[in-house]
Design a protein around this ligand. Structure first.
Ligand SMILES: Nc1ncnc2c1ncn2[C@@H]1O[C@H](COP(=O)(O)OP(=O)(O)OP(=O)(O)O)[C@@H](O)[C@H]1O
Length: 228
C-alpha cells in the first residue's frame, strides 16, 4: 500500500554546543490513506516542528519526507509550495487567516494560487463556507468572527483544493469547549470522507477519535497506541 505520507529518519536540530536542541530526532512515521494519527506529548517535545517538516513548511537536517511516494524535502521552495497547496491542507492553532480579507476571500486564496479561475474559487469557497455553517458570514473580516468561526473558516480554506491529507496543529487549542466541539465534529466528518489527518493535540477528545496516537518525547516518538 502506498502511504499518503511517510517520514524516514527525520531530524531537525536547532542551535549548537550546549544550546543544541534536538527538536526532532530520527523520527519514522507513516500515514495510510484515510488514517487519523494523533500526536501528543509534553510542551516543547517537538510536535509542531515535526508537523512543519511533514508538511514541507520547514526542511529537515536529515531524513526524508515522502508525499504519495514522492520526496517533498528535496524540492525547491516554489515546487514545495505548489505541492503544499494542492496535496495538503493546514489548520493551525492561531488560525492564520489574512485579516484584510473576508472569510470568503480567505478560503478562495489557496484555490486562486493553485490556478483556479475566480469563478471556480468563489464557487468552492461558498460551498465550503456553507458546509462549515458560515454561509451568512462569508463577507465578514476575521476580526468580526469568533475564534470558533475563524477556525471553521480555516478548515474551509484547508479543504478548498480538496487535499487528501490534512495537518492540524492544536486546532482546538484556542477555542472554548463549545467551539472546540464544533471543530471536532468537522474533523470527524473529514475522517469519514476518507481524508488522512495528522493532528498535534493536547485535547484528549481528538486523541480518542484517532485511529492511532503516537507520543513524542524529546524529539523522538516513544510510544504508539492503536485505537479501534
Ligand atoms: N526556530 C527555532 N529555533 C530554535 N529552537 C526552536 C525553534 N523552533 C523550535 N525550537 C525548539 O525546539 C523544541 C521543540 O519545539 P516545538 O514547538 O516543536 O514543540 P511542541 O511540542 O510543539 O511544543 P508545544 O506543545 O508547547 O507547542 C523546543 O525546545 C523549542 O524551543
Amino acid at each position: 500500500m502506498e502511504h499518503v505520507l511517510r517520514a524516514e529518519g527525520l531530524r531537525r536540530h536547532f542551535g549548537s554546543g550546549p544550546s543544541l536542541v534536538r527538536a526532532v530526532d530520527d523520527v519514522d512515521l507513516a500515514v495510510a490513506p484515510g488514517e487519523t494519527v494523533g500526536i501528543i506529548g509534553p510542551s516543547g517535545c517537538g510536535k509542531s516542528t515535526l508537523l512543519h517538516l511533514l508538511g514541507g513548511l520547514d526542511r529537515p537536517d536529515g531524513g526524508r519526507v515522502l508525499l504519495h511516494g514522492r520526496r517533498l524535502d528535496g524540492l525547491s521552495e516554489t515546487a514545495a509550495a505548489r505541492v503544499r497547496r494542492t496535496a495538503i491542507g493546514f489548520v493551525f492553532q492561531a488560525f492564520h487567516l489574512v485579516g484584510e480579507l473576508t472569510a470568503r476571500e480567505n478560503v478562495e486564496l489557496p484555490a486562486l494560487l493553485a490556478g483556479a479561475s475566480p469563478r471556480e474559487a468563489r464557487r468552492r469557497a461558498e460551498h465550503l463556507l456553507g458546509r462549515v455553517g458560515l454561509a451568512d458570514r462569508a463577507g465578514h473580516l476575521p476580526g468580526m468572527l469568533s475564534g470558533g468561526q475563524r477556525q471553521r473558516v480555516a478548515v474551509a480554506r484547508a479543504l478548498v483544493n480538496d487535499p487528501p491529507l490534512l495537518l492540524a496543529d492544536e486546532p482546538t487549542g484556542n477555542l472554548d469547549s463549545a467551539a472546540a466541539t464544533e471543530v471536532l465534529r468537522l474533523l470527524a466528518e473529514l475522517r469519514r470522507e476518507g481524508r488522512a489527518l495528522v493532528v498535534v493535540t493536547h485535547d484528549p477528545r481528538i486523541a480518542g477519535a484517532a485511529d492511532r496516537v503516537v507520543t513524542m518525547r524529546d524529539g523522538a516518538l516513544v510510544d504508539e497506541t492503536v485505537l479501534v
